[in-house]
Ligand binder design. Structure first.
Ligand SMILES: Nc1ncnc2c1ncn2[C@@H]1O[C@H](COP(=O)(O)OP(=O)(O)OP(=O)(O)O)[C@@H](O)[C@H]1O
Length: 257
C-alpha cells in the first residue's frame, strides 16, 4: 500500500490554503505533519480522506485515484480520527467503536465484528469503559475512543488529527508506543498532525513541515526539525540537540526577533 499526493491544492471558497503538496508515503511509517496554527495540517488530512474534495492535484492509493473508489472501498483503506467528535453522541463506548466496523457490516453486526471491537477495546485499555456513554466521558477518554473506532475499521492508512492533544503525559506516550507497534505489526501508514515537536522528533519516521499552505521541508526528524527551520516556520528561537539515538530534541527558547 502506498499513499501519494501529486500537486495537491485546496481552497476554501476563493482562499487557497494548500498548494503543490507532493508526498510519497510507504507502509510501516509514521509520518508527522508539523507546522504552526493555520498552516494546513487538518485540511491536508481531510483531503487525504476526501472529507474535503480538492480541485487541484491527486491523492493516489496504490496508484489509484481515491476519487474512483466507492465510499466503502475507501473506508476499508483509510480511517480518519478527528480532533474531536460531536459531544452529543449518546452511544456507549462499545457502540461508538462498533461504528468503525461500518464498512464491513452487511445490514447486521456479526460475531466477527463483536470480537474485533472487544479486541480493540482490550488493546486500548478501554474494556472497563465499554458500557459508559461517550457523551459522559472526559476529553481524553473520548479521544481514546475515537482512536479505537479507527482501529476497529482495520484500514491500512490511519489519519490522526492531533491524537494526543487531550491526553495526559502517560497516555500520550502509551498512544505513541501503541501506534508505533501497530505500524510495525500491520505495516500501516500513519499520518499524524502534531503540535508537539518532541513527540514528532521521537516517533516520526518522516516529518512534513507545512508553512503557509506549502511543504517547507520534509525528511527525517533530524533533517527537518532544526533551528533554522523552526525559526522561519514558527518564528521561534530554539535549541535543538541530538539524543543518543540520533533523534533531535527541541527546546523552545523565545519568540524570534
Ligand atoms: N471551513 C473553513 N472555511 C474557511 N477557511 C478555513 C476553514 N477551515 C480552515 N480554514 C482556514 O484554512 C487554513 C488552514 O487551516 P487548518 O485547520 O488546516 O490548519 P492547521 O494547520 O490544522 O491549524 P491548527 O494547528 O490551528 O489546527 C487556516 O487559514 C484556516 O483559517
Amino acid at each position: 500500500m502506498t499513499l501519494v499526493t501529486h500537486n495537491l491544492g485546496f481552497s476554501y471558497g476563493g482562499k487557497q490554503v494548500l498548494s503543490q503538496i507532493e508526498m510519497e508515503l510507504s507502509p510501516g511509517r509514521m509520518v508527522c505533519l508539523a507546522g504552526p496554527n493555520g498552516s494546513g495540517k487538518s485540511t491536508l488530512l481531510r483531503c487525504l480522506d476526501r472529507i474535503l474534495r480538492p480541485k487541484q492535484g491527486q491523492v493516489l492509493i496504490d496508484n489509484q485515484d481515491i476519487k474512483s473508489l466507492a465510499p466503502r472501498e475507501q473506508a476499508r483503506r483509510v480511517a480518519y480520527v478527528p480532533q474531536s467528535a460531536s459531544q452529543n453522541l449518546h452511544f456507549t463506548v462499545f457502540e461508538a467503536v462498533m461504528m468503525g466496523r461500518k464498512p464491513f457490516l452487511d445490514f447486521r453486526v456479526k460475531e466477527d465484528d463483536r470480537r474485533e471491537v472487544h479486541r480493540v477495546l482490550a488493546m486500548m485499555n478501554l474494556k472497563e469503559m465499554a458500557d459508559r456513554f461517550y457523551d459522559e466521558l472526559s476529553g481524553g477518554e473520548r479521544q481514546k475512543v475515537l482512536i479505537a473506532r479507527a482501529l476497529a475499521q482495520g484500514s491500512q492508512i490511519l489519519l490522526l488529527d492531533e491524537p494526543t492533544s487531550n491526553l495526559d503525559l502517560r497516555y500520550q506516550l502509551e498512544v505513541a508506543e501503541l501506534l508505533t507497534r501497530l505500524k510495525k505489526e500491520h505495516n500501516l501508514i500513519l499520518v499524524l498532525a502534531l503540535h508537539d515537536l518532541n513527540l514528532a522528533a521521537r516517533y516520526a519516521d518522516h516529518v512534513v513541515m507545512l508553512h503557509q499552505g506549502g511543504i517547507f521541508a520534509q525528511g527525517s526528524a533530524a533533517e527537518v526539525l532544526n533551528r533554522e527551520n523552526i525559526r522561519v516556520v514558527y518564528g521561534v528561537e530554539a535549541r535543538v540537540y541530538m539524543e543518543e539515538d540520533g533523534r533531535p530534541a527541541v527546546k523552545p527558547l523565545r519568540p524570534a526577533a
